[in-house]
Design a protein around this ligand. Structure first.
Ligand SMILES: [Zn+2]
Length: 225
């Protein structure tokens, strides 16, 4: 194997110097570009914004090391994209359907302590992902949750029940979230798929709400903050 070709090929000191200049300029352009979008940060991006960032990566990255690519072309492309971005955000503010199309809508994932069936069936979010999100907010079981919304930027918004209204619900932490093999009388069980709470006679009885046959012991612990 020709290591020199892999690492160096025909790189001259002169071109190395040119790369440094190209990188400094494109790096500054990226910062300027991101400032011009008017966003404060990029912790959570909507699909639309992610598209912009991804194209930016290529537009800014290639001219950094491609010898015959003049920087003015990259600057031109960035200027066009920023104009499109501004135009699109303006259109989104004016026309709600356009915004829904580009950014998506916030979705109810939990209502009244149960998962919204059609949303989990559509695969909008996996149980694992969802449970992790909700656990991070200090929620122990679904019986504590009045409403859970999946926002367009991927964040979760959660409304809790008042302490008096907390009911039995599906436990979310791994040690409690496992199927039972024996049913105890007077114990409430939560469907592991949809979160519905029932009294059951058999450990593999189908859930009346979704038909799933796996049950975990329901709990009704208060929220501790
Ligand atoms: Zn169910």
């Amino acid at each position: 194997m020709d290591w020199a070709a892999i690492f160096i090929h025909d790189t001259t000191w002169l071109f190395a110097a040119e790369i440094s200049i190209r990188v400094v300029i494109m790096f500054s352009m990226i910062i300027l570009f991101l400032r011009l979008t008017g966003k404060r940060g990029v912790r959570q991006l909507s699909i639309f914004e992610l598209t912009i960032i991804l194209s930016l990566g290529s537009i800014a990255g290639d001219p950094m090391f491609t010898e015959d690519l003049p920087l003015i072309q990259a600057v031109l492309i960035m200027a066009i994209i920023i104009s499109l971005y501004r135009l699109t955000t303006w259109l989104m503010m004016k026309y709600q359907p356009f915004e829904d199309f580009l950014e998506g809508k916030s979705l109810y994932i939990v209502e009244d302590g149960m998962l919204v069936l059609e949303k989990i069936k559509q695969g909008k979010m996996s149980h694992d992902e969802f449970f992790a999100e909700i656990r991070q907010q200090g929620i122990e079981h679904l019986g504590q949750v009045r409403a859970g919304l999946l926002e367009t930027d991927g964040e979760f918004s959660i409304l809790l029940f008042k302490p008096d209204d907390i009911r039995y619900g599906l436990p979310l932490f791994p040690k409690a979230y496992h199927p039972v093999h024996q049913v105890e009388p007077e114990q409430l069980y939560a469907c592991m798929y949809c979160g519905a709470v029932e009294k059951i006679n058999q450990h593999n009885q189908p859930c009346t709400r979704c038909g799933c046959k796996r049950w975990a012991k329901a709990i009704n612990a208060q929220v501790i903050r």
